[in-house]
Design a protein around this ligand. Structure first.
Ligand SMILES: *Cc1c(COP(=O)(O)O)cnc(C)c1O
Length: 398
């Protein structure tokens, strides 16, 4: 009997502009790379792609770290990899929390049987280095300090220098979540000597979700090589995974082959543009976005010096209903922006300009659409104010 597909709805997702907290749109070149023929995971042609990918990842991370590879899984798998390969059950970890993703690290660590020392920042603010200093003094037996570089839930960019210094002076290792910063701004891996950094593909790398690039410094590698206990996770055990990525090509699990093509292409695109130019592009488009939002009478959540180039949080106008406004933007213009989280739920929007999506065209398109949506819902917005202010930022620099 033939299969009956009559009840199946057609599946053909439309193109939408993803200007939320992620995923962001994948570059079309990356999507084409995904559809290239699948090779065996030990095929010499694939091995060559692996080698080039690690080389490109070192470039994007700004590091010479040998162990710089993509983990199979999304950014959260990178987070879990960092923790299970940095700590034994019963160890103590100082975890900085300035939003949802810091909280997620706590959740993971507690599940692993880690003794967690919390360092909390108020919602919408960065973690204060003095609070880290206090925690480190009170808990000199902690092994790591873990912190989020770009807190996607609040739009806060966490300054790292001082906290890294405090961590290293106390003999601890620093674990950094760079999921929303990598590819959109500098992640100072070798410059500051970050010990373990993880990221994800679907934010500023403009690749679909599915891989978590990581880089592991000497001190962190030392722990992995010399630990007496087995890593709690078989799947994320770097002592085994590194044998596949290193010279031995020892089988551990089948690499997500086509995602590796996609990441390889995404990294080539970044290399072609150049890191500095890419960071400057993110800053320019963020500047135009902020100018437009403020001209429309909206207030930014984060203080200027802590604003993330890749994600902006803004209080939307009073009297506007959150969900209907975002649905209108999605249904009528095919533009997705993100809702507020935690204390910001129902008060702010999160607008991402990540990787390929960080363009003048997208910023100006957003303002045209946003004005239409807000005016149709009764907001008082000066006609063309957002568009004009954003546009002026570009004319200043062109
Ligand atoms: C998105 C994100 C994650 C989680 O990544 P997933 O790909 O959703 O698993 C972790 N940390 C930060 C800062 C993020 O923005």
């Amino acid at each position: 009997m033939k299969g009956d597909t009559q009840d199946m709805k057609p599946r053909n997702p439309k193109h939408k502009l993803l200007l939320g907290p992620g995923p962001s749109n994948a570059d079309p070149r990356v999507l084409r790379a995904l559809s290239e023929p699948t090779l065996g995971h030990l095929d010499p042609d694939f091995v060559a792609i692996m080698d080039e990918t690690t080389e490109l990842l070192r470039y994007v991370f700004g590091t010479k770290n040998e162990l710089t590879i993509p983990i199979s899984g999304t950014g959260s798998a990178g987070m879990e990899t960092a923790l299970v390969n940095s700590l034994d059950p019963g160890d103590k970890a100082i975890i900085c929390i300035a939003g949802v993703f810091g909280e997620r690290m706590v959740d993971l660590a507690l599940r692993m049987g880690i003794e967690v020392v919390r360092v909390d920042a108020p919602w919408g603010k960065a973690v204060d280095p003095e609070d880290v200093r206090k925690a480190v003094r009170q808990h000199p037996d902690a092994r790591i300090v873990a912190i989020v570089h770009a807190e996607t839930s609040t739009g806060v960019l966490q300054p790292l220098e001082e906290i890294v210094q405090i961590t290293h002076e106390s003999g601890m290792r620093i674990v950094v979540d760079a999921v929303t910063s990598l590819g959109g701004m500098e992640v100072p891996v070798d410059r500051l000597g970050l010990d373990f950094v993880f990221s994800g593909t679907q934010k500023c790398l403009s690749c679909p979700p599915g891989l978590a690039p990581i880089t592991v410094g000497e001190r962190a590698l030392d722990f992995i090589v010399n630990r007496k206990t087995k890593c709690q996770s078989w799947y994320l055990d770097l002592s085994m995974i590194s044998r596949y990525w290193g010279g031995e090509r020892f089988y551990h699990h089948t690499a997500p082959i086509n995602m590796m093509y996609a990441l390889n292409e995404a990294l080539r695109i970044i290399k072609e543009e150049g890191l500095e130019a890419r960071w400057a592009r993110h800053r320019l488009n963020q500047k135009a976005l902020i100018a437009g939002l403020e001209a429309m009478g909206m207030r930014l959540v984060v203080q200027p010096e802590y604003r993330l180039p890749s994600l902006t949080t803004v209080y939307f106008p009073e009297g506007i209903e959150d969900v209907p406004a975002r649905m209108k933007l999605l249904n009528e213009f095919g533009i997705e922006i993100g809702a507020g989280l935690g204390e910001f739920k129902g008060k702010v929007w999160r607008i991402g300009l990540m990787g390929t999506n960080s363009t003048k065209a997208n910023v100006l398109t957003l303002f045209a659409a946003l004005e239409d949506v807000l005016v149709s819902m009764g907001a008082k917005v000066a006609p063309g104010a957002g568009l004009q202010a954003a546009s002026a930022v570009y004319s200043e620099t062109e």
